[in-house]
Ligand binder design. Structure first.
Ligand SMILES: *Cc1c(COP(=O)(O)O)cnc(C)c1O
Length: 370
């Protein structure tokens, strides 16, 4: 038996013919940047998310960088201001803040949700706080109405990192990526909506923010050969936009399969060493990853056991951001819940192509681990 953590070849093959046609159309059309494919993807994706604007860019990290940089350029924030961010996140969220000379204020997650603990946010707010960054990590909606209330009370921007949550919703029906003032999206191949290379986007209802981000990602230019900002070249290319236009059509269907897989795990994993985060209402989870927590110091043991039996798993993430060398100044900080997640988390295979027979085999193996 060989069940990879995620077979991108299978994921692409699922809509392979249409993807190949789309790529050929761009190749033969002779227009490779800032063309019709980007225009239609931006329209389609903003409609899907429920925002007025979508601006394509090179990758998810850049999308987040451009949001904060735009707020600096717009005078909404200044260097040295603080941004509240979950301590348990992929490092890109935090890099986007420090890249702009802003100060991340790390807030612990709840162990039963793995998402930012909204009851700890207010105590972290200071006169320098300008924004809260929520990360819908693992595909789980991290926004709460309490977070929205804090943003209003303290006049903070709400920035969503929606890299892992394409198709996730809030209880009120809003799609993640449309809840905050701005959202960064990644189309890294392994994401729910993945390109065949790097890609990203910013969604927002704010016309000034959208225009500023668009300029920043295009050398800082709004008019050819006229430069308003010292920007960079961070664009989504036409081939990737064409691929994303195809894959977006199937995102809801692909996510539905993820849900079926996740429910099977929830209902059948019964190894006392393994716990799972609280089951959310279906619409609040895009099931990008399926995180489990392995107690007794046995996470790596389970990983190896599954690997020996042909099942690929990945830890998201083995070293918390505050323990990374690039953030030496935080290395002595104690964030016990984040650290416990880094020690115990293991992601089981989930995706649009894994078969239910494979899922059953994984459950049997996980349950037989001692
Ligand atoms: C993937 C990811 C990013 C970065 O996206 P890239 O396209 O890989 O740059 C940012 N935040 C989170 C939570 C991610 O998972």
């Amino acid at each position: 038996m060989a069940i990879p953590f995620l077979s991108l070849r299978d994921v692409t093959a699922l809509h392979g013919e249409e993807i190949n046609d789309a790529i050929s159309r761009v190749v033969n059309g002779g227009w490779y940047l800032q063309g019709k494919e980007n225009e239609s993807f931006e329209q389609n994706y903003s409609k899907f998310i429920g925002t007025r604007y979508c601006v394509g860019c090179a990758n998810g990290l850049d999308a987040l960088i451009w949001i904060f940089r735009a707020y600096l350029e717009m005078g909404v924030m200044k260097r040295g201001d603080e941004v509240i961010v979950p301590a348990n996140t992929y490092i890109a969220t935090i890099l986007a803040i420090t890249e702009n000379g802003l100060k991340p204020i790390l807030v612990e997650p709840k162990f039963n949700t793995l998402e930012i603990d909204d009851s700890l946010i207010e105590a972290a707010i200071t006169p320098k706080t300008k924004a809260i960054a929520v990360v819908h990590l693992y595909g789980r909606n991290a926004y709460t109405d309490e977070i929205g209330a804090l943003c209003r009370k303290y006049n903070l921007k709400l920035v969503e990192d929606n890299a892992q949550a394409h198709g996730c919703k809030h209880t009120d029906g809003r799609v993640t990526g449309s809840i905050g003032d701005a959202a960064g999206h990644s189309f890294y191949p392994g994401k729910n909506l993945g390109a065949l290379g790097d890609g990203g986007a910013v969604t927002t209802n704010d016309p000034d923010l959208a225009a500023t981000v668009r300029a920043l990602a295009n050398y800082g230019s709004q008019k050819k050969y006229v430069f308003k900002y010292t920007g960079r070249n961070s664009r989504l290319d036409e081939i990737q936009a064409a691929v994303l236009n195809v894959k977006l059509k199937y995102l809801v269907e692909d996510n539905a399969h993820r849900k079926e897989v996740a429910h099977y795990y929830y209902e059948h994993i019964n190894n006392p060493l393994i716990s799972m985060p609280d089951l959310l209402p279906d619409e609040l989870n895009a099931y990008h990853l399926f995180p489990i927590l392995v107690s007794g110091g046995k996470r790596d043991g389970l990983h190896d056991y599954l690997e020996r039996n042909g099942v690929g798993t990945v830890c998201h993430y083995p070293i918390a951001p505050h323990k990374q060398e690039c953030y030496r100044e935080w290395n002595s900080k104690s964030l016990p819940i984040t650290e416990k997640i880094a020690d115990e988390e293991l992601s089981l295979p989930i995706g649009p192509t894994i078969s239910m027979d494979e899922v059953k085999a994984i459950v049997n193996l996980a349950n037989s681990f001692k």
